[in-house]
Design a protein around this ligand. Sequence first.
Ligand SMILES: [Zn+2]
Length: 473
Amino acid sequence: MRIAIGGIANESCTFSPLLTTLEDFRLVRPGDRQFNELYPFLPAFPEADFFGTVTAKALPGGPVQARAYATIKAELLERLAALLPLDGIYLDMHGALFVKGMVDAEGDWISAIRELVGPDCLISASYDLHGNVSERIMGHLDIITGYRTAPHIDTMETRERAVTLLLRCLRENIRPCKAFVKIPVGLPGEKTSTEWEPGKSIYEAIPAEIDGDAVMDATIQVGYVWADEPRMTACAIALGKDEAAVSDAASRLAALYWQHRADFRFGVEALSIDECIRRAMAATVKPVLISDSGDNITAGGAGDVTAFLARALQHQPPDLVYASITDENAVQRCLNAGIGATLRLIIGGKLDNLNSQPLPITGTVEFIKPDKVNPQVLLNSNGIRVILTARRASFQRRQQFLDLNISPEDHQIIVVKIGYLVPELKAMAQLNSLALSPGAVNQDLLSLTFKRISRPCYPFDADMEWSPAVQLF
Ligand SMILES: [Zn+2]
């Protein structure tokens, strides 16, 4: 069996003015070391020959530049064309790609592939559960399967499942029927984690719907809410050999999600910036971790929104680490001045100039992490240690702090530009809260202006009524 592998993955926030460029994408091509890191399970399928094309992944951010998308798409199609004929294609996707000026970018990507390879080649895709799915996508894919955990700890498992399903369908000559139910609900990942209720029970209901035959797989997509475009919704999908069985499975999962729409809650205390700081200053344990959620880089925030830091400078907590503000100029000035220098800087508020403004700060350069790609600086302003990064960086691992000579356990308050805490940060936190701060991924959804999403949609139309409508593909 000849199987090609490719894909494009980006969570693109339409409320961010910071465009995602070609340089922001990591392009993995055949022969690259990262190819084996992305797909280490391939040797377990000796019956297939796998051919890499291009897999493009970028840190979540603003809309992707049209030119960048066109370049990556052209390379993918060229590499696929050179591999024809193919029995199957595995697409490693995310699902929340937004290309400036385009509606349903993944629909465009997948239909271009289908047009090239024709109707007989089976196409299987794996999705992040924060991906938005359209009818166009469902129409051109044969298999789609999504993560079942958030925070995502089943990424590899999901990729492998997409490949396993693809090879089985090829081997047994199955063209699965697919049931798709759009659920008109748009909620943030911070409320829909699978670590607590109701997300936990809803996702635990998925395996029970799969019998491996009539229903070969099922997926619930939470979707990505900061994408102001028509395909932004949650959905339930089931695929397998039996049309009635997949319809019933997708309907049941969709109804379950809808039934709990008003029960989704933040997993930690969600407070104003001021309340988060006050609570952390009064805490008797350390470290207290605070999520500066409106500028959550892992959801598409620009990484230079200064609102939280501005409030922290007002409150003057004796010991706070702020991770981080992206500001290339400020980093360069600190590098030039060197360790021990005291500088007056105006930081941040430039990448996301819609939701933030530059902030004046005086501090001493305490530590420098020299790095060719992304040098970082620790600036100490009266005990408030601000990590400045030349490029956008999301602090999710303890080692990133250690690299800056910060031992997290020794500090009272640590602020990260993230939403829910990833496992490593959670393990570190003795107490944590989520700050309802401004930014491109503001958790106060009703304060954002949506113009293009399909309405009605919960929670924007809170009183709407709905019952599942199955679309078969
Ligand atoms: Zn996700």
